[in-house]
Design a protein around this ligand. Structure first.
Ligand SMILES: [Cu+2]
Length: 178
């Protein structure tokens, strides 16, 4: 019996350590840009961030991508055992896609959940948050992105970390006339 309680305590301890590690990681990410999770400030890239990516609300795009917010396990529909163990779980779908450098690309986010706020943070390799915007429940939110640097760039919903994360791979520019 004592051993059982010990095992449970040890699990609780590990879980607490895991939770505080996750909150620390989120806080560290957010601290880089002075962002409070879910509270903002909400902003598009400005200053040095525009050397990596420029973003506008409207404009002409040469490519487009739709990104859904997927409910993997939520309290309304379960599975209950999963939620008990992991809490509610969400994901971006797709969580990985490619764009071309210097090609204006519309990315439209569909928040499919009727009562869950999501957000979108583009995070540079040095953990600087380059932009941070809300993705309100049951709505489409769209921006035109033009990336200026090739390579990988991370994106996250800061409310649902670590699972609601993805990567964009910025490929070389499309050759004209190809
Ligand atoms: Cu989210």
């Amino acid at each position: 019996m004592r051993q059982c309680r010990h095992a449970r305590n040890s699990f609780v301890l590990k879980f607490t350590v895991l939770l505080s590690t996750i909150s620390f990681m989120i806080a560290a990410t957010a601290r880089a840009a002075n962002v409070e999770v879910g509270k903002g400030p909400f902003f598009l890239p400005s200053g040095p961030a525009t050397k990596i990516v420029t973003v506008s609300r409207t404009g002409e795009a040469q490519a487009s991508i739709t990104v859904l917010t997927e409910a993997v396990a939520v309290k309304e529909t379960g599975p209950r055992a999963t939620i008990k163990k992991f809490g509610e779980v969400y994901a971006f779908s797709p969580a990985f896609f490619t764009v071309h450098r210097e090609q204006p690309t519309q990315i439209e986010f569909w928040n499919l959940q009727p009562d869950d706020e999501h957000d979108f943070a583009l995070v540079a390799p040095d953990l600087t948050v380059l932009m941070y915007v809300k993705l309100p429940p049951l709505s489409k939110t769209s921006y035109i992105f033009t990336f200026h640097r090739e390579g990988e760039i991370d994106f996250k919903c800061l409310r649902h970390q670590p699972e609601m994360s993805g990567q964009i791979l910025v490929l070389p520019p499309v050759k004209q006339g190809a």
